[in-house]
Structure formats: structure tokens, C-alpha cells
Design a protein around this ligand. Structure first.
Ligand code: FE2
Ligand code: FE2
Length: 201
């Protein structure tokens, strides 16, 4: 993305694809995430253009039929845990679309989309921004979202840790399987918070 025009052309292409591939409510969510991601990128010193593109495409595979998702997951040689799991697989399939249909090669941008559902060990600034913009955009309503919005304004690690911890508790309370990336993302954010605390004392 060298020039403003190039970026604008890419944004337009994303917008068209959103309207073609996503249900209206999902398209609206996506646009809300993009606005929020740009705002957070400006606030925390990330690249707002990368944040915008990652946000616009983060859910682009979300409305694919399950069979098609499974077919693509198998073709990509991804692990069995992605099969029949839209929640996990749509992030990885969005990356394939970004590479193949949009020619996006920027690893930072692709990874922010790949891990937007789970987080991961070593989450980057852009990862955190996309993860939190997705979880806190104005259309989101669930217990704890107000607290998460507050934390997002104060400290990205605290906010990610809060959200990942809630996910962990929720999944474990249902006796379901917690994705290892979520567990590692939580561990990583808690370590980052601890490090910052040590610097302050
Ligand atoms: Fe998503
Ligand atoms: Fe989303």
C-alpha cells in the first residue's frame, strides 16, 4: 500500500466483496469493526490503513456454507480441530481469500485476521486492535462488553486478557474444548501485564 489511491482502491474492493459475500447484519458489523480499528490504531500508534483492511476482511469467510468451509480447511491441510467449527475456521479461511483474491502478502495484516477469534502467544499491536475492535464495536451486546470497552481505552493487554479470560471461563463452564491459541494468548497477555507492573515499581 504505497499511495492513498492504492489504499482507497483496495478499500473499495473490500466493500464490494463485503456486500457480495456477507449477510447485511454481518456487513454492518464488519464496517463497525473497521471504524473502531482505525480509531484504535490512531490512538495506540498502529498503521490505520492496515487496521482498516484487516477489519474489513476479518469475517469475509463467515457466511460460507459449512461444507464449503470444511472442504477448504482440508485443502489447506489445517488441523482437524477446524473441521465443523465455523468459529475457528472462518479466520483462517479469510486469510486464504485475502492472499488469493486480494493479493495481500503483508504477514502482520494476515496474522491479525488469522488470530482474531482466538488471540495467540506473541499477539502484535495490530492483532490486539483487531481482536478488540471485533469484540467491542458499538453493535456488540453481551455481559461484560461495557467493562471491555473501558479496558480497551486504558490498556490493550488488560483488555485482551479480560476478554480471553471470559472466553476461557465460558468454554470451560460448558465443558467444551478450549483452543490452545486462546489459552496461550491469555497467558501471553498476563505476562505482558506483569512485565509492565514490574517496570512501574
Ligand atoms: Fe470473526
Ligand atoms: Fe467479527
Amino acid at each position: 500500500m504505497n499511495s492513498i489511491d492504492e489504499h482507497e482502491a483496495l478499500v473499495q474492493k473490500c466493500q464490494q466483496r463485503i456486500d457480495a459475500d456477507l449477510k447485511p447484519s454481518r456487513a454492518e458489523h464488519t464496517r463497525n469493526v473497521a471504524k473502531e480499528a482505525i480509531r484504535l490504531a490512531n490512538k495506540y500508534g498502529a498503521d490505520p490503513k492496515k487496521a482498516e483492511i484487516a477489519a474489513l476482511l476479518h469475517d469475509i469467510a463467515r457466511n460460507l456454507p459449512m461444507e464449503e468451509m470444511n472442504r477448504r480447511i482440508r485443502r489447506l491441510g489445517l488441523e482437524e480441530r477446524y473441521i465443523n467449527n465455523k468459529n475457528l475456521s472462518h479466520s483462517k479461511l479469510a486469510v486464504e481469500i485475502m492472499e488469493q483474491d486480494f493479493g495481500i502478502q503483508d504477514r502482520e495484516l494476515l496474522d491479525a485476521v488469522a488470530y482474531h477469534t482466538t488471540g495467540r502467544r506473541g499477539m502484535t499491536l495490530l492483532d490486539k486492535i483487531i481482536f478488540l475492535a471485533d469484540a467491542t464495536e458499538p453493535g456488540r451486546e453481551y455481559p461484560g462488553v461495557e467493562k471491555l470497552r473501558e479496558l480497551t481505552e486504558q490498556d490493550l493487554d488488560q483488555a485482551c486478557a479480560y476478554s480471553l479470560r471470559r472466553t476461557k471461563e465460558f468454554i470451560e463452564s460448558k465443558g467444551e474444548y478450549l483452543d490452545p491459541d486462546t489459552a496461550e494468548g491469555l497467558e501471553f497477555c498476563e505476562e505482558e501485564i506483569e512485565k509492565k507492573g514490574e517496570h512501574q515499581t
